[in-house]
Design a protein around this ligand. Structure first.
Ligand code: FAD
Length: 501
């Protein structure tokens, strides 16, 4: 069979992969990036690249026949999800026992579907989670570099206070203030200048047109507009799409050999290919990278991988919930899809929670305050190889989710008590479900820095093999994770290019 050779290969085009590709390309190293999803740059028959949450079609989800939105119901009615044609759409929901995980698929990975919240963690908590990393170098060099490259900006506070599009946030802020809780503005990679033009009617609406989890047609600086555009601009990087890496092994000369399936838009495998490289960078995300390495270890393809591979995984403590406001506390029919504020109770050592104030952009008044709580859940789980399916299983239990739920409940019981309000019971599918305990947006861990790898993401047991993505983060970082993932990847690439090439 033909083998495609490249000095360096990057698997996956999310944050970790995009940083690796850019820095390799700038160093003059010919690099092939392999991404299982599509390149999202071609408009459909409606003139748009992506569909909105209001009218999902086949572009919305990765090979599903019905959408699987986070909010399953409204007023207990199954009105949110729609039947669709199976297609390599942009959002995947991967199901494990007791936990399903949302991930982006396409050139740009999670940046195509996420809420754009670009949060730098507290330095003290970063140092606690990464005791072997020089935190001052991170906060002086790599976090600022990541934020600049990602295009992080902040909503104008005067506009925020007056626009109907953030009424929902102001109402949630009032409830937090009534409880004596602190709120804080959260930066974003969505261009707030563009959003103001949307509100003024001078630009085509995207964040103000219910676009987010199935992609944004305008306004958002996803990785294809930032790191990946720059990577391609070096002339040294090529991206192969609709190609999934199935297995990694090592040849006797030390090079890595990848078995790859290329699919068409029906999902049929149209070609089985082999690639080989000297340097291999894994950026498939917490799920993708961990699955590849657990499989490689346990099938004997890379037997020297250590027992930490697969471990240290968690959900960043994610729990979603809704509160019902009083009739006079409206949240507005018009809601921007990009969150800009969080309730910051992380300093409460008894029950640390950072809760994003999330929109419910469905076009009519709901009186719902929605939140994504990030809790300091100490529970961790492991991935194990499942020889029957050739895939991995995740050992996460319902009891481990219950820890996140209890922490979120403790905070929001206080908010409800202070405001004489109650939870919403109608949003998550079953009649009594107040907390979403079965899905997350922030999968973290699986190849934890300093355990499965050295302190720079070099995989233990093998040379010239690197992890650059969210699998390095030990299960929890206290805020939305992509700025941390990006900054760690910048740190890794600087070191690796200086020492290993
Ligand atoms: P990813 O971005 O997941 O990229 C991995 C890429 O690798 C994907 O494109 C995948 O298709 C590809 N891949 C995987 N395996 C293979 C393989 N075997 N072969 C080929 N390709 C492969 N975080 C924030 O900080 N702020 C937010 O506001 C926010 N909101 C979110 C909202 C949603 C709906 C979701 C799903 C996530 C959100 N996140 C947010 C989380 C954030 O997007 C992720 O933490 C981040 O994308 C992880 O980056 P990564 O580099 O680890 O991997």
């Amino acid at each position: 069979a033909d083998v495609t050779n490249a000095p360096a290969i990057v698997v996956g085009s999310g944050y970790g992969g995009a940083v690796a590709a850019l820095r390799l390309g700038q160093a003059g190293i010919r690099t092939v990036m392999i991404e299982m999803g599509q390149l999202w740059n071609t408009a459909g028959s409606d003139g748009k690249i992506f569909c909105s949450t209001a009218a999902p079609d086949k572009r919305s989800m990765w090979f599903k026949t019905r959408t699987e939105a986070p909010l399953a119901t409204f007023l207990w009615l199954d009105v949110v999800n729609k039947d669709i044609t199976a297609y390599p759409g942009v959002l995947d929901r991967v199901h494990y026992d007791n936990m399903s995980v949302y991930v982006g698929r396409g050139v740009g990975g999670g940046s195509l579907v996420n809420g754009g919240m670009a949060v730098t963690p507290l330095q003290s908590y970063f140092a606690e989670q990464f005791p072997t990393v020089d935190a001052s170098a991170m906060y002086n060099t790599y976090f600022p570099r990541a934020r600049t490259m990602l295009g992080v900006n902040t909503v104008d506070s005067t506009w925020f206070e007056s626009t109907e599009w953030y009424q929902f946030t102001r109402t949630s802020r009032k409830a937090a203030a009534n409880t004596g809780l602190k709120t804080t503005f959260v930066p974003n990679v969505y261009d707030f200048g563009y959003m103001e033009q949307e509100a003024a009617g001078t630009a085509t609406k995207s964040a103000l047109a219910q676009e987010v989890i199935y992609g944004n047609n305008y306004g958002k600086k996803s990785l294809d507009k930032t790191y990946l555009a720059a990577a391609l601009g070096t002339g040294n990087v090529t991206i192969h799409t609709l190609e999934k890496v199935k297995a990694v092994t090592r040849a006797s000369d030390g090079s890595y050999v990848l078995s790859v399936d290329r699919i068409d838009t029906t999902g049929a495998v149209v070609e089985s290919k082999q690639y080989s490289c000297t340097y291999l960078f894994l950026g498939g995300g917490s799920l993708g990278t961990t699955e590849l390495l657990v499989r490689a270890r346990d099938t004997g393809a890379l037997p020297a991988l250590n027992s930490s591979v697969g471990g240290g995984w968690s959900t960043n403590g994610n729990t979603m919930l809704g509160r019902a406001n009083h009739i006079w506390d409206t949240t507005g029919a018009n809601q921007a899809t990009m969150p800009v504020m969080g309730i910051d109770d992380w300093a409460n050592t008894d029950n640390p929670v950072f809760a994003e104030i999330a929109p419910l952009p469905i076009g009519f008044e709901t009186w719902v305050s929605l939140y994504l709580a990030i809790t300091k859940n100490p529970q961790r789980a492991s991935f194990t190889y499942d020889s029957a399916s050739g895939g991995v299983k995740l050992g996460w239990t319902a009891a481990q989710s219950a820890v996140s739920v209890a922490m979120a409940k403790k905070l929001f019981d206080r908010i409800n008590a202070a405001n004489a309000t109650i939870y919403r019971y109608d949003l998550f599918g079953s009649a009594s479900k107040v907390f979403a305990d079965d899905f997350c947006y922030h999968p973290l861990g699986g190849c934890v820095l300093g355990q499965a790898t050295d302190d720079y993401g070099r995989v233990k047991g093998y040379s010239k093999l690197y992890v650059t993505d969210g699998s390095l983060v030990p299960g929890n970082i206290g805020v939305n994770p992509f700025v941390t993932i990006t900054a760690l990847a910048e740190r890794t690439m600087e070191r690796v290019l200086a020492e290993d090439f």
